[in-house]
Design a protein. Structure first.
Ligand SMILES: [Zn+2]
Ligand SMILES: [Zn+2]
Length: 328
């Protein structure tokens, strides 16, 4: 198979030929047709996340078709179109797994981080962490749902069902999906981007935002909740200043620069700051059932697999509108 591998954090991915992976018990072999490029991949490649298996094949927004079945696999057939997300393994017995919070498992395995991922034309995955995909949409269009969509959806749930006026800081792949779900749910969306990023602001308005503006400016209206997708710590006090008493600020990223100190009075009033970590399989089931009802339409920029480094560079520089997707 063809793959792009990371040998050392801080270096470019390398194109390699590897033996085809054989599915073990409980695993499916998948012929990959698309893999989304997530900001988390950038954090793995840049070394912000410090526990990768090395070398590693990044990528955890995988869409493909089942090409072989390992022993004991139930529920999938050859040729099925399936998705493989970030959560690739949990222990099943820790207190988190036992209490419905498998996203916080003590001994997890994450796709594209500890388990080889989707920057390749083939992979194997534990079938119990894979999901059938809805028939609507091309493979490339569905790929961003597998992480940007799932984490975005979990962030939206954490922001509270009652939160009508919702702020979003950072308008990339996750935000453009959340914006569509929020509009479907009848919420008002206020999009904050890097100061002067007119293209992102225009994109946010196209995706249904009621307002879009610079993140260094005050919100035009008091917000009920805010979700921060940009990995920028100073946005936490900015969002706290924008939400009402009892408002919730959700940090949706896996990595963020340091949060500067801030006066207690912007947290006072029972405001809440929380993070969102990973996903549960139930999140995936709920979100993938909701996606065709909205219906979610993703904006993708396709790159050939061997141009993965260029896709990562485009994401890092903020020049992408929507989501990059690698096509093997
Ligand atoms: Zn566990
Ligand atoms: Zn991701």
């Amino acid at each position: 198979m063809k793959a792009m591998i990371l040998e050392q954090p801080g270096s470019a991915l390398k194109a390699v030929e590897l033996p085809d992976p054989e599915p073990g018990p409980g695993q499916v072999q998948v012929a990959i047709s698309a893999c989304g490029v997530c900001r988390t991949d950038l954090h793995v490649v840049d070394g912000d996340l410090t526990e990768p298996k090395l070398p590693i094949i990044p990528g955890h927004e995988i869409v493909g078709t089942v090409s072989a079945l390992g022993d004991g696999v139930d529920g999938f057939n050859l040729g099925d179109r399936i998705g493989i997300p970030w959560l690739g393994h949990t222990c099943g017995h820790c207190s988190y797994c036992q209490s419905g919070a498998e996203n916080l498992c003590d001994e997890p395995g994450f796709t594209g981080y500890q388990i080889d991922g989707g920057y390749a034309d083939m992979t194997v995955a534990d079938a119990s962490y894979c999901f059938p995909l809805p028939p609507q949409g091309s493979d490339a269009e569905l790929a961003p749902l597998l992480c940007a969509g799932l984490i975005g959806y979990r962030s939206l749930v954490m922001a509270g069902n009652e939160s009508r006026r919702l702020g979003i800081y950072g308008f990339g792949a996750a935000a453009h999906i959340v914006a569509q779900v929020a509009a479907y749910q009848g919420r008002e969306l206020y999009a904050f981007t890097s100061p002067g990023d007119v293209a992102a602001q225009r994109f946010a308005l196209q995706m249904g935002a009621a307002w879009a503006g610079d993140s260094d400016q005050p919100a035009p209206i008091e917000l009920d909740a805010a979700i921060i997708f940009a990995p920028v710590g100073p946005l936490v006090p900015a969002a706290l200043r924008a939400v009402r008493k009892g408002g919730i600020v959700v940090c949706g990223g896996i990595h963020m620069s340091d949060i500067p100190s801030f006066p207690y009075n912007i947290l006072w009033g029972e405001r809440v700051v929380r993070s969102v970590a990973n996903l549960t399989r139930q999140d995936a089931i709920d979100f993938l059932a909701l996606a065709p009802k909205v219906p979610i339409k993703t904006e993708v920029v396709e790159y050939p697999l061997d141009e993965a480094n260029a896709a990562l560079r485009a994401l890092r520089s903020g020049e992408l509108t929507g989501a990059a997707v690698l096509i093997p």
